[in-house]
Design a protein around this ligand. Structure first.
Ligand code: MLT
Ligand code: ZN
Length: 470
């Protein structure tokens, strides 16, 4: 670390904005999955864009690498510093204000460090909905969510984080501030810079604030959990809802019996609201802002036809907000349950929606052939083709021995995904875990162009090095 850098940072952010003691910096140097144990001499916590810009200028002038960090909920180690103690962590947590909500423009202006939950609450208080929902929303922050282009449960209807961004404020790698906090629906003035920073995982600059799109708050919402006969049956059920009213399908999630079993075993209070456990489940959420939208009738009609067709064997429709939350909990606790059950390898993959059954079928067979006893925990966003094809260690295997074979497992799954024209990272990003896959999947002109963009915007290589690009 260059002499005097920490003192210069302290002069910018003051004592409340700087952590240097190991006990204080340690939580910022490790990821929640426990895959990485980095080290940093300082965590800098600016209070506003001006401080952030001065911090970046200061580090850049010394050639010191910076790791921007939001809620540190990355699934791929995207927000942790390296082990050699050479990188400064910049936490956005204190830049957490929602600065404007406009129910006519249907926009929300928010600083990067606000949690998604806080942004959702502000939207709701104004009679609107911020239609982005992920399991970690109480902790994940807007800056990180945009930097990783998070997906989540509502992609089927509203797209990914990228699709909700109208404007951005970004501190560039040299500390310059680009204020692009526009809230225009039409603005056709050259390269779309904001989309360059969304999904860049902090490798091009640091998102300081954003203008997000809102929608009117739904007046009717229905949630149902169904036991379905097979993955194909779940897909058929999804198609039936799409045909009935595509605009009302807010989420359509698939869960396997194995994953549900882990949730019921490891998550206190989790209870299956159906007659008996099943091998496959679908969770559907419908919503409309139309008064008298007739959602319940539509839901019941589709479910009744699906029961007659033997696609669905049992279903429960939530009768209250508490029941709705209890059903969603069964889905949202899948990651936590898996963590408690032992070591797991995650494959956040996507394929065309129509090929999800084939993906699950073929990848399951490939993993079973690779490691007898491996437990397939496939679940996720069936409505947009993003399946978390996660693998849980065989029951009596040593966790470290299982994790040592993570690349082998990921390669076996990826071979199937590739054959089905899919992607090796649907919503978690690339981070530190998967850059090695980039040449294989995005090599040639695509990776070359990415490298040129990186070189143009961050010639010193100081923005989150070691992430995304191999
Ligand atoms: C989720 O959708 O719950 C997470 O993205 C899944 C995961 O743990 O892989
Ligand atoms: Zn997910």
């Amino acid at each position: 670390m260059p002499d005097g850098l920490v003192a210069r940072l302290l002069a910018i952010v003051g004592p409340r904005g700087l952590l240097t003691e190991r006990v204080d910096t340690a939580p910022y140097a490790e990821d929640w999955r426990g895959l990485y144990h980095g080290r940093t001499p300082a965590v800098v916590r600016p209070i506003d864009t001006d401080q952030l810009s001065r911090v970046v200028k200061c580090c850049a002038a010394s050639g010191v690498a910076m790791v921007p960090q939001g809620g540190n909920t990355s699934m791929v180690g995207g927000a942790v510093p390296s082990e050699d103690g050479s990188q400064i962590v910049i936490s956005l947590a204190r830049m957490n204000r929602v600065t404007a909500v406009d129910p006519v423009d249907l926009t929300l202006t928010v600083e990067a460090g606000a949690t998604l939950q806080a942004a959702q609450d502000a939207a709701e208080a104004a009679g609107c909905l911020l239609p982005l929902s992920i399991g970690s929303q109480g902790t994940a922050q807007i800056g990180g969510i945009l930097s990783t282009n998070a997906g989540g449960n509502n992609t089927v209807r509203y797209g990914n984080a990228r699709d909700l961004v109208l404007g951005l404020e970004v501190v560039l790698a040299d500390g310059q501030v680009w204020n692009g906090l526009r809230r225009l629906r039409k603005d056709n003035t050259g390269y779309c810079l904001r989309q360059l920073f969304v999904g860049a995982e902090g490798t091009l600059g640091i998102i300081a604030a954003a203008v997000l799109k809102l929608v009117p708050r739904p007046v009717e919402t229905e949630v149902a959990l169904c036991a379905v006969a097979s993955v194909e049956a779940a897909l058929d059920l999804f198609a039936r809802f799409q045909r009935a009213d595509a605009a009302a399908v807010q989420a359509f999630e698939y869960m396997s019996g194995t994953g549900m079993g882990l949730v019921l075993t490891h998550i206190p209070g989790a209870k299956l609201p159906l007659r008996a456990p099943a091998a496959h489940y679908a969770l559907v959420e419908l919503a409309t802002s139309r008064v008298g939208g007739g959602l319940r009738e539509m839901l019941e009609a589709v479910l009744s036809d699906a029961l007659d067709a033997d696609l669905v064997s049992d279903a429960v429709v939530a009768g209250s907000e508490t029941q709705r939350a209890a059903i969603w909990k069964l889905r949202e606790e899948h990651s936590e349950a898996q963590k408690r059950a032992g070591a797991s390898v995650k494959n956040d993959v996507s394929v065309p929606v129509s090929r999800v059954p084939e993906l699950i079928d073929r990848a399951s067979a490939a993993c079973a052939a690779l490691m007898p006893g491996i437990r397939v925990v496939a679940f996720g966003h069936m409505g947009d083709g993003n399946i978390h094809f996660n693998l849980e260690q065989p029951e009596h295997m040593d966790a470290a021995a299982f994790l040592a074979r993570d690349h082998e497992i990921m390669d076996a799954v990826c071979a199937v995904v590739r054959d089905l024209d899919g992607s090796f990272s649907a919503e978690h990003g690339v981070g530190r875990l998967k850059p090695y896959l980039m040449p294989q999947w995005r090599g040639g002109a695509e990776l070359d162009t990415m490298r040129r963009i990186k070189a143009a915007l961050d010639p010193g290589g100081v923005m989150n090095p070691g992430k995304l690009l191999p």
